[in-house]
Design a protein around this ligand. Structure first.
Ligand SMILES: Cc1ncc(COP(=O)(O)O)c(C=O)c1O
Length: 414
């Protein structure tokens, strides 16, 4: 009789794990009602929730200034513009990330250049960045994949050497820290998504952090229809932007969510550390070896490595299907397929396709290959979403038991 659930055996996990996300209580309700009753629904000005959240989150992430937007994608767009990226400039972007890490560049009619990943972090590799820098390269977007910080020592060194502005895409990494400084405050600019699924959830929303007053001014202008930052002087200086302003109730909810973040980060870290301990001795399963410079590891999803040759030759996707049938909520890690393999990029082969129209310069993305990213996507990366690490530690035991069960019955998967 079959033992594995994928073949009709009993499931290893027979109950819900983790917590429903976002976690909310009467504080979010109170915060929203307070804004509604105040009649102050627009998010600017002294005493506004938007300004309070900008200041609170910037402080939380060790940055001097925060400028909110309505989405993480808008935050990236404002950051690129503030960094001085012009049409037809090149911007380095990670090959493994959510596609907005690259399409934000297209939005301002600049050219994304994909860089391969560091297999120790799944974020962009500094060597790979350096290999594709040209005189056209005007900025680099760095993602902290799943919340695990990219190697910021090596990346900052490349930035200094080439005078290259760094935009950290911190959509997965609220509260994560590299050598004692929170992400988003290490590069020149740090863009965060605050949409409902993120580990700081505001429904929709974004924020950009910086330590540089001149960048803050530009961010503010790009966020608010070209008006200049000096609260309350708002003369218009920029012709080509839009209204990216965050509404007041989003900020009110975000302030209550922010007060819960530290506790959630600690619960998740306790749970994934326990899970890593339980999985690391199973042949073919390799949790990340934590770099001691990662002084705080806050996750959006927890990536780990699957090594087919050490798991009796069973392909990663077959393993994923087997643990999925056992009730383990795992999926392909590192944000899946390399972005350049998306049909949008694959069809941009002649420099004429919207929005990149730079007649003297374009990239044929059908020729882009990042071998590490492709290997990691196809065979190695697995992840589990952050909400599954917010429950009891016994949830981790269920996952460990399920993986051990599949490991012990690989003959059923051949
Ligand atoms: C890495 C990354 N960057 C940017 C974004 C875009 O954020 P938003 O959906 O808030 O526009 C996301 C959202 O999922 C993301 O995961």
């Amino acid at each position: 009789m079959a033992k594995l659930a994928i073949n009709g055996g009993d499931k290893a996990v027979n109950r819900n794990m983790g917590r429903e996300w976002p976690i909310r209580d009467e504080n979010e309700e109170k915060a929203l009602i307070e804004v509604i009753k105040s009649a102050r629904w627009w998010g600017g000005g002294e005493g506004s929730k938007v300004w309070e959240f900008e200041d609170a989150f910037a402080k939380y992430q060790d940055a001097k200034y925060g400028v909110t937007t309505n989405s993480g994608t808008q935050a990236l767009i404002c950051a690129l513009k503030a960094a001085g990226v012009e049409p037809c400039d090149e911007v380095l972007v990670p090959s493994l990330s959510f596609f907005a890490s690259a399409t934000c560049v297209l939005f301002i009619n600049a050219i994304p250049v994909f860089v391969d990943v560091d297999p120790n972090t799944y974020g962009p590799s500094a060597e790979s960045m350096e290999a594709v820098i040209t005189e056209r390269t005007k900025a680099a977007v760095i993602v902290h994949n799943g919340g695990y910080p990219a190697n910021m020592d090596a990346i900052v060194e490349v930035s200094r050497k080439h005078d290259l502005p760094i935009i950290e895409d911190c959509a997965h990494a609220h509260a994560s820290e590299w050598r004692g400084t929170r992400v988003g405050a290490i590069g020149h600019l740090g863009a965060f998504s605050l949409m409902a699924g993120k580990s700081l959830a505001g429904g929709e929303g974004g924020i950009i952090l910086t330590n540089h007053p001149e960048l803050r001014e530009k961010l503010y202008a790009y966020m608010d229809l070209g008006r200049w930052v000096e609260r309350p002087d708002k003369s218009i200086r920029l012709p080509s932007t839009s209204n990216f302003r965050m509404p007041e109730w989003t900020a009110a909810v975000l302030l209550t969510q922010l007060s819960k973040l530290d506790e959630q980060v600690e619960i998740r870290e306790r749970n994934f550390t326990y899970l890593a301990e339980g999985l690391k001795d199973i042949d073919g399963i390799e949790p990340f070896e934590r770099d001691p410079r990662v002084t705080r590891w806050s996750i959006y999803y927890w990536n780990f490595k699957y090594i087919q040759e050490k798991f009796d030759g069973i392909p990663r996707d077959k393993f994923l299907a087997a643990i999925g049938a056992e009730g383990v909520p795992a999926s392909v890690g590192a944000h899946g397929r390399p972005i350049y393999q998306n049909p949008l990029f694959q069809s941009m082969t002649d420099g004429k396709t919207w929005p990149v129209k730079c007649p003297d310069h374009y990239i044929d993305y059908t020729k882009t290959h990042c071998p590490e990213a492709e290997r990691i996507f196809k065979t190695e990366a697995i992840c589990i979403s952050h909400r599954y690490f917010l429950g009891d530690i016994s949830d981790m035991d269920l996952i460990i038991d399920a993986v051990k069960k599949v490991r012990a019955n690989t003959d059923e998967l051949r």
